[in-house]
Design a protein around this ligand. Structure first.
Ligand SMILES: *Cc1c(COP(=O)(O)O)cnc(C)c1O
Length: 356
């Protein structure tokens, strides 16, 4: 069985967790502080605030920036539901816009068409580890005085013209869920270069208090544990190598695969291949063939967020619908061997003979 995702947990992670357990300090403490400091090295020294999930990172980013009832936030519908959920849970209105078909990122033209006097923010997603079109989106935001929050949950250390994702927006949110490019078990990180926003996120993460029993605002408990942070610190040291391995696997797949459209890499893009996602004509046949050959594959995402029962909207987003119908993600994780890559290429080619 060639698995689609496989978190890599080694002896160093086990030792790090044992060290925290032995210390008796399990909740947010020195490991979280060290992890925040170390993570800032992949976002050009911006301030980092560790939280308990990527969803919390998005939610607290928006809350800290004052997004709330009466505001509209433009998001892609071709994403994980968390992107839109975070907006809705702030009481703001989600405005879904279409994507660019080659990179799956928010389409600047669609964003422009979706602007209203109530638009307060744009929330681009760096889907599959490919940066969204931050140049054009940033210019729209500047022109209209909008907040930009990056959903970088799938894009640790991805870059555009040498600039890391997480450094384009006013705020950015990373996730450390086990299937992401690095993990803390569950976890997330807010990144910002604005000291006031950073302070507000820190308050919101911890019941609204900096000093005990001096709660300044109404907040949540969205703290990361020292156990998770200790894992994350080890994982961070391995991230660059893992991303290199993902790119090398992706390049080998793209050289070998026939009968499917392989992923596009935009100019100046450093892709980190959270997913290696192809487009195919007959996805059902191809995925059934892969499954019977012992190769896991999956669809991210079969139902656009606007059509999920939680949002239940009927919108005209043609590129979103086409992507949802055509995409299929194949294994690309760093644990995938060269033989595994060859096997995937072989199985996809054989499927083509059977009509996929
Ligand atoms: C994983 C993910 C999230 C949410 O992160 P969690 O850590 O699972 O809460 C948000 N947005 C995108 C695009 C994701 O892939």
């Amino acid at each position: 069985m060639i698995r689609l995702a496989h978190p890599s947990i080694g002896q160093a992670e086990k030792d790090a967790v044992a060290r925290v357990l032995a210390s008796g300090m399990l909740a947010q403490g020195p490991e979280v502080a060290a992890f925040e400091e170390e993570f800032s090295s992949i976002v050009e020294g911006r301030q980092c605030i560790a939280v308990n999930s990527g969803t919390s990172a998005l939610h607290l980013s928006l809350l800290a920036a004052g997004i709330g009832p009466g505001d509209e936030v433009i998001v892609p519908s071709f994403t994980f539901a968390a992107t839109a959920n975070a907006v809705r849970l702030c009481g703001a209105d989600v405005v879904f816009a279409d994507i660019e078909p080659d990179t799956y990122g928010l389409a600047p033209r669609a964003v422009e068409a979706a602007l209203t006097p109530r638009t307060a923010a744009i929330l681009p997603v760096h889907l599959y580890g490919h940066p969204a079109n931050m140049g054009a989106l940033g210019r729209i935001a500047d022109r209209h005085g909008l907040l930009v929050v990056e959903d970088a949950a799938q894009a640790h250390a991805a870059a555009l013209d040498g600039r890391a994702v997480g450094t384009f927006g006013h705020l950015a949110a990373f996730s450390f869920y086990p299937t992401k490019n690095m993990t803390t078990g569950e976890g997330g990180m807010v990144v910002t270069d604005d000291a006031d926003l950073a302070r507000r996120v820190r308050l919101l993460r911890n019941q609204g208090m900096e000093a005990r029993y001096q709660n300044e605002v109404v907040g949540l408990n969205n703290r990361m544990t020292d156990i998770g942070a200790a894992i994350g610190r080890v994982q961070l040291t391995r991230l660059a190598g893992w991303n290199e391995q993902r790119r090398s696997n992706a390049e080998a797949l793209s050289r070998g695969l026939v009968g499917v459209d392989v992923p596009t890499v935009g100019p100046g893009v450093t892709h980190v291949y959270h997913q290696y996602t192809v487009r195919c004509r007959d996805r059902a046949t191809l995925s059934a063939h892969l499954e019977s050959a012992g190769v896991q594959s999956d669809v991210y995402y079969p139902v656009p967020v606007h059509r999920l029962p939680s949002f239940g909207l009927d919108l005209d987003l043609p590129e979103t619908e086409r992507a949802a119908a055509e995409v299929l993600s194949l294994p690309v994780h760093p644990g995938l061997s060269r033989e595994g890559v060859d096997r995937i290429v072989e199985v996809v080619s054989a499927a083509r003979g059977k009509g996929a």
